[in-house]
Design a protein around this ligand. Structure first.
Ligand SMILES: N[C@@H](CCC(=O)N[C@@H](CS)C(=O)NCC(=O)O)C(=O)O
Length: 203
């Protein structure tokens, strides 16, 4: 089994943080995405979406999409971490926060970064105005997360879950790529980010 990735990218890190938390060591292959290696065979022949990460099983089956890969690892390597939850209500609550933070946070932050920085202008039409609108939308989403974290130590409740991995990576893009500060108006979100940053597997 091999994980094709670009180590520092948020989507690759979703899988590597998850796999470390459940104690699964992965063989990795670096894909030079800035140089377009992901857009050409052999990678493009293996991946349905042409992006990293991609998990290639020993059987030759290929699994794209970071959350699908995490789901596979969680089921293929039984563990006690419950990062996708156990009871029906836990699983649904984790899925709910995972989707909220992905759709209103991580992917909006990606759009902001890609369209403002134009890092991928060799492969997509970058619209700077859309980048700035996306940056505003993700900025507006942060108080919603702050309010949730005033009530709950982790996004989906009392325990760490896959939704927190997504939130952590979103907050990295927000602060790093987009230079949005988690200021004194977002005390719960800042404390949450600092708490997650101390977990060794998140480094
Ligand atoms: N929904 C996908 C997103 C994957 C994605 O956007 N990967 C980026 C790196 S974070 C990538 O491969 N970018 C290269 C490109 O867009 O050409 C997932 O979660 O796996």
């Amino acid at each position: 089994m091999k994980l094709y990735q670009k180590a520092p990218t948020p989507s690759s890190r979703r899988v590597t943080i998850f796999s470390k938390l459940i104690g699964v060591e992965l063989d990795t292959v670096e894909v030079e995405i800035r140089e377009g290696e992901n857009l050409r065979p052999p990678f493009s022949d293996m991946s349905v979406n042409g992006t990293v990460p991609l998990l290639v099983l020993d059987s030759g089956e290929c699994i794209a999409e970071s959350i699908a890969i995490c789901r596979y690892l969680d089921l293929a390597f039984p563990n006690q971490q419950n990062l996708f939850g156990t009871s029906a209500v836990e699983q649904a609550t984790i899925e709910m926060w995972q989707r909220v933070v992905e759709l209103k946070g991580l992917y909006v932050a990606f759009q902001a970064f890609r369209n403002i920085s134009k890092v991928y202008e060799d492969r997509e039409n970058c619209i700077e105005e859309w980048g700035h609108e996306s940056k505003q939308r993700v900025t507006d989403f942060l108080p919603e997360l702050d309010a949730r974290l005033a009530q709950s130590p982790y996004l989906a409740g009392d325990a760490l879950s896959v939704a927190d991995i997504t939130a952590f990576l979103m907050l990295n893009v927000v602060q790093g790529g987009l230079k949005i500060e988690l200021g004194s108006d977002l005390p719960n979100l800042k404390a949450y980010f600092d708490k997650l940053a101390t977990i060794p597997e998140f480094s």
